[in-house]
Write a protein that binds this ligand. Structure first.
Ligand SMILES: Cc1ncc(COP(=O)(O)O)c(C=O)c1O
Length: 454
């Protein structure tokens, strides 16, 4: 049986069966059948205190009391363990390599700092992520700058900061970089491998019609063009086929496809490994994914090549939990709605990609009847979970939605004047705020109020 992703980073689940230290367990081995299954979707190390959910050593409902709701809780211990698992796993299989965290998955200065401390490089897409990565104290020579529409000012910022690698998406990038750079700049070409993936259209990027990168013939012409450049040093190629991919085969096909362009020193194979959002998701383990990439590299790429990978979702999704408070429980014609104090303002994954989530009442974990969890925003599509079993939800209770670490806060917004939620880091020494909740003052702060007519 293939490894499943949730080997849970070798955590010990206190009070119950210890997680084994094995690198790869089967699903049955890793699941403790005495616990409600939703606990297994919580960050590794989550446990129950009686019927109450404990994340990172803290009672979830007490975190909600202390930091308010909605709040994104990130288990720092789990996150660091996952970063090390990725870095050690890749280095063991391909020593000349670097894991580059795709920071779009949770752009927050404290998280950049953590990833930098764990020795990872940082994928930044645009000026904002660049600024946060620098504020996180990460060495810019470890940055990989992405974007299909990088502006002059973003490229100038990146060059000024000393970003190690710029990934060229199009010919306009080349023109801009040659005009703006005053010294040699390492670049990769983003290639479209024309590989199909079984994921949502909105997050598939390896197909021929993708807006990201260049098809193979155009990439081949650009290789020639860059070989004549006196400013841009072509180090190699980049490929990224999409996100939430639950099958390893397309990753190998992408490596084979870009090998047709010849031999280079660097290959950045992107991110894309899926996370386990629901009981029915069985993504490949990090180790299986790394085996696939490095086996393909051994078959198709030069042995001396440097390999980069850019995991985002699979790095961080499972380390996060969003806590909401129930505002209303309403019986409808066919279902009962549990309305919470967040929704599509802090989680767009549902309405953009139809992503399915699981949840539990924080103080009554497991069991119960099926409810529809909806948000507070003025859209019928503002539904967090169509049907989930919850035990006796009541106004004021805390609801914990699992696996919200990636891309939820990233796309948080102010719909209906909602305040974007805080990020709370939990670790053995306690809980600390990494990003404060937005305030109403923040909402008004950018207003330019016209003077009244005289
Ligand atoms: C260029 C690039 N690299 C890496 C990633 C990370 O992908 P994922 O979060 O699915 O691992 C993305 C996001 O889609 C991306 O655009």
């Amino acid at each position: 049986m293939a490894c499943s992703s949730d080997d849970r980073d070798n955590f010990v689940l206190s009070g119950v069966t210890p997680r084994t230290g094995k690198a790869c367990m089967t699903i049955d081995e890793r699941t403790d059948h005495r616990l409600p299954p939703v606990v297994d979707l919580m960050p590794p190390g989550a446990r129950l205190d009686g019927e109450r959910l404990v994340i990172g050593g803290q009672l979830a409902s007490e975190l909600a009391d202390s930091f308010g709701t909605p709040a994104l809780i990130i288990d720092e211990v789990a996150l660091r363990a996952r970063a090390r698992r990725y870095a050690d796993g890749l280095a063991a299989r391909w020593p000349n390599s670097q894991v580059v965290w795709a920071s779009k998955s949770l752009p927050c200065t404290a998280i950049y700092r953590i990833m930098g401390e764990e020795g990872l490089g940082i994928d930044v897409a645009g000026g904002g992520e660049l600024v946060m990565a620098l504020a996180g104290g990460v060495d810019p020579s470890r940055f990989v700058l992405h974007g299909n529409a990088k502006t002059d000012s973003e490229l100038a910022m990146a060059l000024e900061a000393g970003v190690g690698t710029v990934v060229i998406d199009n010919l306009d990038d080349v023109e801009r970089l040659e005009r703006l750079s005053s010294r040699e700049q390492g670049v990769l070409i983003r290639v479209i491998p024309d590989v199909a993936t079984a994921t949502h259209d909105a997050i598939a990027t390896g197909h021929q019609n993708s807006k990201f990168g260049l098809p193979i013939p155009e990439a081949r012409a650009l290789v020639e063009r860059l070989r004549g450049s006196d400013r841009l040093r072509l180090d190699g190629l980049h490929v990224h086929i999409g996100s939430q991919i639950l099958d390893v085969a397309p990753f190998a096909r992408a490596v084979e496809a870009i090998a047709a362009l010849g031999e280079f020193e660097v290959y950045d194979l992107g991110g894309g490994l899926g996370a386990r959002y629901t009981y029915d998701d069985h993504p490949p383990a990090i180790e299986s994914y790394l085996d696939t990439l490095t086996d393909a590299a051994r078959r198709f790429l030069p042995a001396s090549a440097r390999l980069l990978i850019e995991p985002g979702r699979s790095m961080i999704a499972e380390t996060g939990v969003t806590l909401y408070r129930v505002v209303s429980v309403k019986r409808g014609a066919r279902r009962t709605f549990v309305a919470v104090d967040g929704g599509m303002g802090d989680n767009l994954e549902v309405s953009l990609y139809g992503q399915r989530f699981e949840a539990t009442m924080a103080d009554r974990v497991g069991g119960g009847e099926n409810y529809t969890v909806v948000g507070r925003h003025c859209e019928s599509g503002d539904q967090l979970i169509e049907s989930v079993a919850l035990r006796d939800p009541a106004v004021g209770d805390v609801l914990a939605v699992a696996v919200t670490g990636a891309y939820c806060l990233t796309m948080a917004n102010n719909y209906n004047g909602a305040l974007r939620p805080p990020i709370v880091l939990v670790a053995s020494e306690g809980a600390r705020l990494a990003l404060r909740r937005e305030t109403y003052e923040d909402l008004l702060d950018r207003d330019i109020v016209a003077p009244p007519p005289s």
